[in-house]
Design a protein around this ligand. Sequence first.
Ligand code: DC
Length: 240
Amino acid sequence: MRARVLVAIDGPAGAGKSTVAKLLASRLDFLLVDTGALYRTVALAAQRAGLSFADDEQVGALAEGLAAERRIHMEAESQGDARGVRVLIDSEDVSSFIRTPEMSLGASRVSANPRVRDALLAMQRQAGENGGVVLEGRDIGTVVFPDAEVKFYLTAASTERAQRRMDELLAKGSAVSLEETLADVNKRDRADTERPIAPLRQADDAYLVDSTGMPIEQVVDGMVRIVLAKDEELRRGRNL
Ligand code: DC
């Protein structure tokens, strides 16, 4: 049994997951693990190796090699008020290269590759095993930690998700239109929910949180209450 709860947050692109996960981790003083960064890093490594994202054979072998030789790994870092992790290839911090629209689509494509998913599984499980952690992704509550003490499935209307994604990209200096971003969001949703391996779906025991039109602080307040209640239950259970 874990000493503290493990929180799984899954949901589609642009549902506000990263913002919510960061605020939640910081309010709880939990470690924040953004698992999408791992898939983005594999996409980056594939691109650097001159591979097509769709080349399942080669990309699968690449991901397996990177994981087995521990050439891809996570390292703790502070992210504003939260304790988070960054991903490194060898010793290179690739954070600034993986947040581009190209790597978003690349990550979505390589994440449909079962060998890539398998290669990244142990790393994610290791990061969360002791609890006191918020893991954010697409299949945390369904595949990576089906035994997570608290699971949230966070969603929002697709136009709102596209707007948020566009604001994020604009803040980073990439000029994109809402139409383009909405098309990207819809394309990724389709790819993430329709893939045969670990498709994006709400776990049966996950709380559904629809953040459409809701202030983010209000969303997080509700989630903090749920996690603290569960954490307290866990503590009481241990002391019996
Ligand atoms: O959360 P993100 O946008 O950084 O994720 C990038 C891609 O990685 C996303 O399209 C789907 C994939 N992903 C996944 O399949 N499973 C996860 N646990 C996290 C991300």
